[in-house]
Write a protein that binds this ligand. Structure first.
Ligand code: DC
Length: 230
């Protein structure tokens, strides 16, 4: 029998890293739902449906329905994001996409487009999916739910360390402001905002090692799954 594990939390809380490692330990697939919103944002920027000032929502949505935005599984069982057959994994992690993605993700039409991809990819398999609305909205009946959090200071340091080699002009203050801005948009948008999903295990991972948190998540998941599927 298949099962679903959801991991929600704010930007740079460590949820994607934990989701990837947990999926590996459980030998099931990992889907990073933020990467789909990031690919849509990249597509909007590259095709000029989005600028600093405005978004051409209707044109973007129409164009998306004629494009191929998909997650493809590689030989090692890892899902990578493609836009019209181009591997965009690197491009979608840059600060330009990060700066605009929460803005794009707040529109209902965009969320519906992404929801279809999320549901299609999860059919007939066990998955760990991470994001902002996975346990609350995308899979409210998921078997196991986590909410991962950390202080803004810790999250900014993590994000800064990830970006500093590729984007040397960035300061930690800019990174912190970007995270605060995204938190605000993600938590206050009308359509499926970031909340702590019902029945989720809340983990604050400040001052904890990845292994320590991962072990806690693994034991918790196994305890639930073993009861459901003895
Ligand atoms: O996890 P991330 O930083 O890659 O996510 C990028 C953005 O995508 C995030 O700022 C908000 C949006 N997002 C969302 O609205 N819902 C999700 N399930 C996942 C991401």
């Amino acid at each position: 029998m298949n099962y679903i594990v959801t991991i929600d939390g704010p930007s740079s809380s460590g949820k994607s890293t934990l989701a990837k490692l947990l999926a590996k330990k459980l030998s099931i697939s990992h889907i990073d739902s933020g990467s789909i919103y990031r690919a849509v944002t990249l597509y909007a920027l590259e095709n000029k449906f989005l600028s600093n000032k405005k978004i051409l929502l209707e044109k973007l949505v129409n164009s998306l329905s004629n494009s191929d935005i998909s997650l493809k599984e590689n030989r090692d069982g890892i899902f990578k994001m493609y836009v019209n057959n181009e591997d965009v994994e690197d491009k979608i992690r840059g600060s330009k996409v990060s700066k605009h993605v929460s803005e794009v993700a707040k529109y209902e039409e965009i969320r519906e487009f992404v929801l279809r991809i999320q549901r299609d990819i999860s059919k007939n398999k066990s998955i760990v999916m991470d994001g902002r609305d996975i346990g609350s909205f995308v899979f409210p009946n998921a078997d196991v739910k986590f909410y991962i959090d950390a202080s803004i200071k810790t999250r900014s340091e993590r994000r800064y360390n990830q970006l500093k080699e590729k984007e040397q002009h960035l300061s930690i203050r800019e990174v912190e402001n970007d995270l605060l801005n995204r938190d605000n948009i993600d938590k206050t948008r009308k359509k499926s905002p970031l909340i702590i999903p019902k029945n989720s295990l809340i983990i604050n991972n400040v001052n904890r090692t990845i292994d320590d948190v991962l072990n806690q998540m693994l034991e918790y998941t196994k305890s639930i799954i073993n009861k459901k599927m003895p």
